[in-house]
Write a protein that binds this ligand. Structure first.
Ligand SMILES: C[S@@+](CC[C@H](N)C(=O)[O-])C[C@H]1O[C@@H](n2cnc3c(N)ncnc32)[C@H](O)[C@@H]1O
Length: 336
């Protein structure tokens, strides 16, 4: 744990993935937990925390939603601003971050309610708590560094493991099924659309020929072979776009985000705020378009807070390279 002398990651490098130790967390004193960066202990550095808080403009006794709990970094910052009567509902579809909050950093925190589920079902999740409208919602999209790095999730080619990529381990579709069962054209289309991979057809043809492809390593090696171009080595691994495309497809990430953005105005009080941090252009475009959308009378449920998306400060990028691609947009609910 950070409070027990674990070194900070060197500038410019991802944090080392430390094993979660709930038992150790349970023995920590209040003063120790106050000073800890829980998100870092989870193996994830919170992105644009100060900017997200500023954009949420937290009211002490307000009700807030962290739609993407993860390591709890943003949740914890929100709780620090909330008074005794404030409330935070934190959602994640992955059981591990929920356990980390419930058994670790959030244990005994009466203002926090952790919910299992997908944020596309936020109206139902809030209704279960007897809540109809809230003062603010934060969505820090995508996956945590921990999910990327942890063995067994199949998000990365850095360890050879079964192709999975489900954020919800009980989700209906795994990357294995997409890679091994989808028709060639559908596979090519999704690699093109979600990964913006120019050689999508060539790659889909090679995948279909080589099936079955069982592991992340096999897929990464095939992508590297098919996408090879002579010259200096590429800046990113050739499989990066394909892995991103598969992850988006497996978790229906864009559809889920669209559903969430469509429902959000009805969940916010007038003046309530939605803050979204996205990590690729497909997500950011959906957020930007949602904030600009008008109804037939030319009215919009949103008043954008910033003209342009905020990006991470240089100091943050130097410590956490993942923050380089972050774009934060925020909007206020207008009067209906
Ligand atoms: C980038 S991490 C959040 C990190 C967190 N803000 C922090 O500072 O520690 C995103 C988290 O949201 C979860 N997530 C992604 N999409 C989701 C969805 N549609 N519904 C619920 N949880 C989701 C992931 O499982 C992951 O734990």
């Amino acid at each position: 744990m950070a409070g027990r002398g674990r070194p900070s990651p060197p500038a410019g490098r991802e944090p080392e993935l430390v094993p979660l130790d709930f038992d150790e967390a349970l023995t920590l004193s209040d003063s120790e937990t106050q000073s800890m960066d829980w998100s870092k202990s989870f193996g994830h550095l919170t992105v644009m925390g100060a900017e997200a808080l500023e954009a949420l403009a937290i009211k002490e006794d307000g009700v807030y939603v962290d739609a993407t709990l993860g390591g709890g970094g943003h949740s914890r910052l929100i709780l620090q601003r909330l008074g005794a009567k404030g409330r935070l509902i934190a959602v994640d579809q992955d059981p591990e971050p929920r356990a980390w909050a419930e058994e670790g950093w959030g244990r005994g925190e009466g203002r926090l309610t952790v919910k299992a589920g997908n944020f596309e079902n936020l109206p139902e999740l809030l209704a279960e708590e007897g809540i109809l409208k809230v003062d603010g919602i934060l969505a820090d999209l995508g996956l945590s560094s921990r999910q990327l790095a942890r063995r067994g999730r199949g998000f990365s080619w850095t360890c050879d493991e079964p192709l999975d990529m489900r954020l919800d381990p009980d989700g209906p579709l795994s990357a294995w099924e997409v890679v091994n069962r989808y028709p060639e054209k559908e596979l090519a289309d999704l690699i093109w659309r979600y990964g913006e991979e120019r050689a999508s057809r060539k790659l889909a043809r090679a995948i279909v020929r080589q099936r079955p492809i069982d592991t992340t390593d096999q897929l990464a090696a095939l992508a590297a072979k098919v996408l090879y171009r002579p010259g200096p080595p590429p800046r990113i691994h050739p499989a990066t776009r394909t892995f991103m495309a598969l992850r988006i497809a497996v978790n229906r990430e864009l559809e889920v985000l669209e559903n969430f953005l469509a429902q959000a105005p009805a969940l916010l009080k007038t003046g309530g705020r939605l803050v979204a941090i996205s990590f690729h252009s497909l997500e950011d475009r959906l957020v930007k378009e949602a904030f600009r959308r008008k109804d037939d009378n030319g009215d919009s449920p949103w008043r954008p807070i910033y003209k342009k998306p905020l990006t991470a400060a240089e100091e943050e990028v130097s410590v956490n390279p993942r923050s380089r691609s972050a774009k934060l947009r925020a909007a206020e609910r207008t009067a209906p």
